[in-house]
Ligand binder design. Structure first.
Ligand SMILES: Nc1ncnc2c1ncn2[C@@H]1O[C@H](COP(=O)(O)OP(=O)(O)OP(=O)(O)O)[C@@H](O)[C@H]1O
Ligand SMILES: C[C@@](O)(CCO)CC(=O)[O-]
Ligand SMILES: [Mg+2]
Length: 384
């Protein structure tokens, strides 16, 4: 039995970090995906041991665990695909031991948390069955484009697709789950994100699961629809960072300065709400489209200023902002910051040569520019 899944990455147009503290944020899926191939293998014929194998193609690593090792390490494994559950502290310690035995080089140790998330999802959904899972991604890892969420969503979806918890008709081509299955996948993916991020808001896994553009607050999503296409340039500073550490840093700052930081989060809440109103406002001609884009640009700049207040900007992000500003383009970091990716709005009437000159200058500075379609598809699966 075999299934494939793909789940998109995302950009956050407004509200990252503040959303962890209850503010509204606006996010959209992008057309860069994490792909998973999941094959359930038949149980071994003899009394020999089967394996669970995980191949992470992007980082050129393959892990495998004999089922007997997993059975011995966990006190109890009761697969319950329909009941998403958190990883207990006790099981997290077991995961740390199992992954620790694989001797991941120190320089790549941040990959461990993704492997913990995989093992938690696998054993909770399928228990002890031999299987092979292969993961590849179009997304740069750990760069603010939601690689961890699309990893968790695509893995959860592939695992769920081969259980009785779904009643999907196995037609040809890429298929979408029904709402009940999407909700279930989203909940499992959130449990995976908790292992990778510590304290996620759930926005990244939600937009990766459901796609499109969403306004998100305290676990609730509202779909929004742009009345004019939004063209965004994504610049990867290539400065590595870790979302868990950045989220924890903002919480520590909020603990030290509760009143000031609550005001910052409240200001972001207004920015995100206004951003979604502007995105949905009618724009039928060049004048109204330009007015709308100017408002979005101003809101992006205001949000960037508040992200600086939260302490999550970075010299590399500031360098991208200075370059794009030379071309009168507005930018903000996207995702957790601290390096990673920067978003720049490319206005509809911007002449191509200006955009090209800005991209050339960014790339000459060692940054990597990506163009992505915004607000597209969410999770899909295929049985072919
Ligand atoms: N394709 C993949 N292969 C292996 N591990 C992955 C993959 N995608 C994500 N991960 C895991 O997710 C981690 C990166 O997650 P992190 O939350 O720090 O960054 P991000 O999700 O790309 O950015 P953001 O959370 O700001 O959107 C990696 O270190 C790894 O553990
Ligand atoms: C930084 C953050 O707000 C977004 C990361 O893409 C964290 C989260 O919401 O889980
Ligand atoms: Mg992440």
């Amino acid at each position: 039995m075999e299934v494939r899944s793909r789940a998109p990455g995302k950009i956050i147009l407004a509200g990252e970090h503040a959303v962890v503290h209850g503010a509204t944020a606006v996010a959209a899926a992008i057309d860069l995906y994490t792909h998973v191939l999941f094959r359930l293998l038949p149980p071994p014929y003899d009394s020999g041991d089967g394996l669970v194998e995980l191949e992470l193609k992007d980082v050129d690593l393959v892990f495998s665990w004999p089922l007997s090792r997993l059975e011995q390490a966990f006190k109890e494994i009761t697969p319950l695909p329909s009941s998403p559950r958190s990883c207990s502290q006790e099981n997290l310690e077991v995961l740390q031991m199992l992954v620790g035995e694989k001797n991941i080089p120190e320089a790549r140790i941040e990959l461990s948390s993704g492997v913990y998330a995989f093992l938690h999802l696998y054993t909770s959904i399928h228990g002890l069955k031999p299987a092979k899972v292969v993961v590849t991604s179009d997304l740069p890892l750990g760069s603010g484009l939601g690689s961890s969420a699309s990893f968790c969503v695509s893995i959860s979806a592939a695992l769920i697709a081969l259980t009785d918890a779904t009643a999907i008709e196995k037609k040809t081509g890429w298929l979408t789950f029904g709402d009940t299955e999407l909700e279930l996948v989203n909940k499992w993916a959130f449990e995976g994100e908790k292992i990778i991020h510590g304290k996620p808001s759930g926005i990244d896994n939600t937009v990766s699961t459901f796609g499109s553009m969403i306004m998100f607050r305290s676990g609730e999503l509202t779909r929004i629809k742009s009345t004019a296409p939004l063209k965004m340039l994504i610049t990867n500073t290539k400065v590595g960072r870790n979302t868990k550490a950045l989220v924890a840093g903002v919480s520590e700052r909020a603990f030290r300065h509760p009143d000031a930081m609550q005001s910052v989060f409240a200001a972001v809440d207004f920015i995100s709400k206004e951003m979604s109103t502007v995105i949905e406002s009618p724009a039928s001609d060049d004048i109204s489209v330009t007015a709308k884009e100017e408002k979005i640009e101003e809101l992006m700049e205001m949000n960037q200023g508040l992200l600086q207040c939260m302490g999550v900007s970075h010299a590399s992000i500031e360098a991208v902002l200075r370059t794009t500003l030379k071309y009168k383009l507005a930018s903000k970091l996207t995702g957790a910051g601290g390096g990673g990716c920067v978003l720049t709005l490319l206005p509809t009437l911007l002449c191509n040569t200006v955009a090209e000159r800005a991209i050339d200058e960014l790339e000459a500075g060692g940054f990597q520019c990506l163009k992505a379609e915004v607000g597209g598809k969410g999770l899909e699966i295929s049985f072919e």
